[in-house]
Every structure is written in structure tokens, then in C-alpha cells.
Design a protein around this ligand. Structure first.
Ligand code: FE
Length: 218
């Protein structure tokens, strides 16, 4: 008849780890893991997933636009203007359009896009800002550049230099654009076919139109 209380005591002592503070009056609950005064743990709140971990849409290329060297002819402080064409500048008129987006194909608004290039004769203006200008992308990440087809210069096929900065001033990308149907024609060790601007239908004035979407890390 007296064996049951003894077994309970033994089980209690085992469960309590033979703690010196174990009370014989508490026999069925394990020791609490939090202090008696701690407040209940808040319910887990859903945490936002960082943009870099959000899976890209299936139709999103999610491939960062490759960087290319700045070259020797960059000049900071170019004027803000989407139209670089000026009277007397040699070169066939060219319209370049596209968007700046992140690796999830979300447009980046307010990005500063800085273009510079040679004229149609392959000459850079290294004293002023001819064929140099920057613009800011619209709410849809779009840019619109009116310029001329750059000419060749020794060792280089036609290309347009570009730098892209975030709205807080961080440089996101420095690279070069090439023109489909033109830039592949001249040997150039820097040429990268993934940087070819697509050849679009000419605009209503007959001007050549190329397009390229930049994918940049933020
Ligand atoms: Fe160049």
C-alpha cells in the first residue's frame, strides 16, 4: 500500500533532476524554461523577404548586365539632357530606348544614366560635353536617348559608354552598348554580344531605333 507514494517521489526526483529546490508538492509539471516573470513570447510575425531573395518572374532574364571598362574618356558633370544631337555633329541619327531594372525585373525609377560617346567620325570631345549627357529614369525605369551612331576609332567598334547610378548616388554599373548589325562588323576584343542593343523598327521620322534594358544589382 505504501509503494505508490514512494514511486511518485522517485519519479518526481528524477524529473526534477534531483534539484535541491524541487518541491515534493509538484509532481506532474517539468521545470519551466522561462522565468516566472517573463511575458509570453509574441506570436511570430511574418518577416519581409529581402528583394534579392524574391524569386524572379519566369519571364524575367534575371541576368545582370555585364560591366565593361570605363575607358579614358569619361568626364563627370555632364549636363542633364536626353538629346545629345546638336547641329554640325557628324553621325547618323540614332534613338536608344529601354529601361533600368533590378534582377527581379522591377523598374528602378530615378536612376541617373550617364552616356558618353564618340561622334560619327570616331572623335570624342574631351574639352567639353559634346555627345555627353545624363538623364534620370522615369517611374517605369525608362530612359530615352537621342544621339548619333558613333564612329570607329583605332581598335574599337562603334559603342556607347554608360554609367548608371542609384538615386542615392551609388554607382550601379559602368558598361558599353553595342549596336546590332553594326558593332559585330569590326574586330574588337572588348566586344560582348550580350551588350548588343536590339534593332527596332525605325521611328516615324525614319531614324534608326535601338533598345536595351539594363539589369543592375541594387
Ligand atoms: Fe570609347
Amino acid at each position: 500500500m505504501a509503494k505508490t507514494p514512494c514511486r511518485l517521489l522517485l519519479v518526481t526526483l528524477l524529473l526534477a533532476g534531483c534539484s535541491s529546490g524541487a518541491s515534493l508538492g509538484v509532481t506532474s509539471q517539468p521545470a519551466a524554461e522561462t522565468t516566472p516573470f517573463s511575458s509570453p513570447l509574441p506570436e511570430a510575425q511574418p518577416q519581409p523577404t529581402p528583394a534579392s531573395q524574391v524569386p524572379a518572374p519566369a519571364d524575367c532574364p534575371a541576368t545582370l548586365t555585364p560591366a565593361q571598362m570605363e575607358g579614358p574618356y569619361y568626364t563627370a558633370g555632364s549636363p542633364e539632357r536626353p538629346v545629345l544631337v546638336e547641329p554640325g555633329i557628324p553621325g547618323e541619327p540614332l534613338l536608344v530606348t529601354g529601361v533600368v531594372m533590378n534582377s527581379n525585373c522591377e523598374p528602378i525609377a530615378g536612376a541617373r544614366v550617364d552616356f558618353w560617346q564618340a561622334d560619327g567620325a570616331g572623335e570624342y570631345d574631351n574639352t567639353g560635353y559634346q555627345l555627353r549627357g545624363h538623364q534620370f529614369t522615369g517611374p517605369d525605369g525608362s530612359y530615352h536617348l537621342e544621339t548619333v551612331i558613333p564612329g570607329v576609332y583605332p581598335g574599337r567598334t562603334p559603342h556607347i559608354h554608360v554609367k548608371i547610378f542609384a538615386s542615392d548616388g551609388r554607382e550601379l554599373l559602368t558598361t558599353q552598348l553595342y549596336l546590332a548589325g553594326i558593332s559585330e562588323q569590326i574586330p574588337d576584343s572588348l566586344f560582348n554580344a550580350t551588350l548588343l542593343a536590339r534593332d527596332e523598327e525605325p521611328d516615324p521620322t525614319g531614324r534608326r531605333h535601338s533598345s536595351f534594358d539594363f539589369v543592375v544589382g541594387e
